[in-house]
Design a protein around this ligand. Structure first.
Ligand code: T5A
Length: 218
């Protein structure tokens, strides 16, 4: 399958890393950062929700466990409020300078968590995506995938659970299904990596994926 070419200036690429809880995003983003550094590719590493002081405050509000029931629409709008700030203050300025952006989660997480996990469907998310982002999309989405129970067991080892990690297992099955469906629907943008094997094997797959993404620069 021919993947989409970058539309950014200077061939800088906007890469996002996605997957269910405990899939190994944080661990593998360190690996991807070292891979980029090793090739002399200028990059920044950022995350969602978050990435600017305001968006990081919104992240704290979103992730903190609380007694009050959080309305799904309020959650969705806060995700996009943080994203609007992040795109304009951090992501677009970096790409405009020719700096690659490596982002831990982006709008695909909203489709998976709010659309799938919270059962909100995808139509409103698509409307907000178009409103906030116009036609701005990641050049490549690296989707780390593994069975939900394996990811939750890995995440649980870290101790305190955030508001999302306290959801029932069914929530994360819907999240994973939504991610896998998007990967099937948008093969030009998604790169699927099996994240269940030992880390060294996962990182061999990631290296091969990065080589292919790099080879596709215009
Ligand atoms: N969210 C986010 C939404 O609902 N909507 C949105 O639009 C957005 C942007 C953000 C939360 O917000 C939600 C989704 C999230 O719930 P987060 O911190 O980005 O939170 O996401 P988390 O999934 O919570 O990230 P985690 O830090 O929990 O998981 P990671 O980063 O995927 O996993 P990592 O790297 O910390 O690894 C977990 C453990 O597994 C081990 C690691 O050493 C670590 O101990 N591990 C492996 N062990 C064995 N084999 C391997 N291959 C391993 N890979 C990693």
């Amino acid at each position: 399958m021919q993947k989409k070419k970058s539309s950014n200036l200077n061939n800088a690429r906007f890469l996002t890393v996605e997957g269910v809880e405990g899939v190994g995003k944080t661990t593998n983003i360190i690996f991807i950062s070292e891979w980029l550094e090793g090739r002399g590719i200028p990059y920044i590493h950022t995350r969602e929700p978050g990435g600017t002081p305001l968006a990081e405050e919104l992240r704290s509000l979103l992730l903190s466990p609380r007694d009050e029931q959080v309305d799904a629409t309020a959650e969705l709008l806060l995700m996009f409020a943080a994203r609007a700030q992040h795109i304009e203050q951090v992501i677009k300025p970096a790409l405009a300078k020719g700096v690659w952006v490596l982002c831990d989660r982006f709008t695909d997480a909203t489709y998976a968590y709010q659309g799938g996990g919270r059962n909100m469907g995808f139509e409103k998310i698509e409307q907000l995506e178009n409103f906030v982002q116009g036609d701005f999309r990641p050049d490549a989405v690296i989707l780390l995938d593994l069975p939900v129970a394996v990811g939750l067991a890995r995440a649980a080892k870290r101790g305190t659970l955030d508001r999302f990690e306290r959801e029932a297992e069914g929530f994360f099955h819907r999240v994973r299904d939504a991610y896998l469906n998007r990967a099937k629907e948008k093969p030009s943008r998604y790169w699927l990596v099996d994240a269940e094997p030992p880390l060294e094997q996962v990182q061999v797959q990631i290296s091969e994926t990065l080589q292919r993404i790099l080879a596709e620069q215009v």
